[in-house]
Design a protein around this ligand. Structure first.
Ligand code: B16
Ligand code: MG
Length: 218
């Protein structure tokens, strides 16, 4: 049992900024199914290991990484169409998403923070974040939602988290970011927030504390 809600020493923390995929919910498997389907159409096999590189990365950049794996090239217009196709499949899969996809402790921890008066924001690269929150029935637990459609610069740029702190009317230093990707940890560091890494320190250097899931903080 941690000594406080965050298990961190130091100054007061008034806000929590959550990444979505890999922190609150496992949507990576649906992204993988949709990217694998696109790769199959293009004539190559896309492995789960290949998919690791796409976590936390924007949709278009993910496509570029996938094309590298298959040694394929596309014009900018073809890339837009391919990314749209992948997204349509992904959204189809999202309609099967239910509360069972929440990672351990997610709902309980969010509720606990709210009860303690901590402000909560989402800071996700995903343009589908509002749909996902709605499917998981956790949208009402957030004071602010900053998703991929509200930012112009992807993580590791701090924009998504700075906007989250601003929406909560809090200084970055009094917010903690929960992240499972290296780009996200770098974004939080650049934004001046405290950082809790969801994963292992070897893969995610730079966090103050590491947890396997939010369940560890309950
Ligand atoms: P979309 P996060 C990220 O979510 C995913 O980890 C990443 O795989 C995905 O490409 C990105 O969102 C964009 O998602 O295609 O739905 O707009 O980890 O930032 O919550
Ligand atoms: Mg993530």
């Amino acid at each position: 049992m941690p000594q406080n809600l965050f298990g961190l020493e130091g100054g007061p923390i008034l806000g929590a900024l959550f990444d979505l995929d890999g922190v609150l919910v496992d949507t990576a498997k649906y992204h993988y199914l949709a990217w694998k389907r696109l790769a199959a159409e293009l004539g190559f096999y896309f492995t789960e290991t290949d998919n690791e590189r796409l976590k936390g990365v924007s949709r278009l950049r993910s496509l570029e990484l996938l094309l590298e794996v298959g040694h394929c090239t596309m014009t900018e217009e073809e890339k837009v169409l391919a990314a749209e196709k992948k997204n349509a499949w992904y959204v189809e899969y999202l309609h099967t998403l239910d509360q069972g996809a929440l990672l351990p402790g997610s709902r309980e921890y969010l509720e606990r923070l709210r009860a303690a008066g901590i402000k909560i924001a989402l800071g996700s690269a995903s343009k589908n974040a509002p749909l996902i929150l709605e499917r998981l029935k956790i949208a009402s637990l957030f004071d602010a939602v900053i998703d991929g459609s509200l930012v112009s610069r992807a993580k590791p740029d701090p924009e998504v988290f700075l906007k989250g702190a601003e929406k909560l009317a809090l200084a970055p230093r009094s917010c903690v970011v929960f992240e499972d990707s290296l780009a996200g940890i770098e974004a939080a560091r650049a934004g001046g927030m405290r950082i809790i890494g969801v994963g292992r320190s070897e893969n995610l250097p730079g966090a103050e504390l590491y947890i396997n899931s939010l369940h560890d903080l309950i």
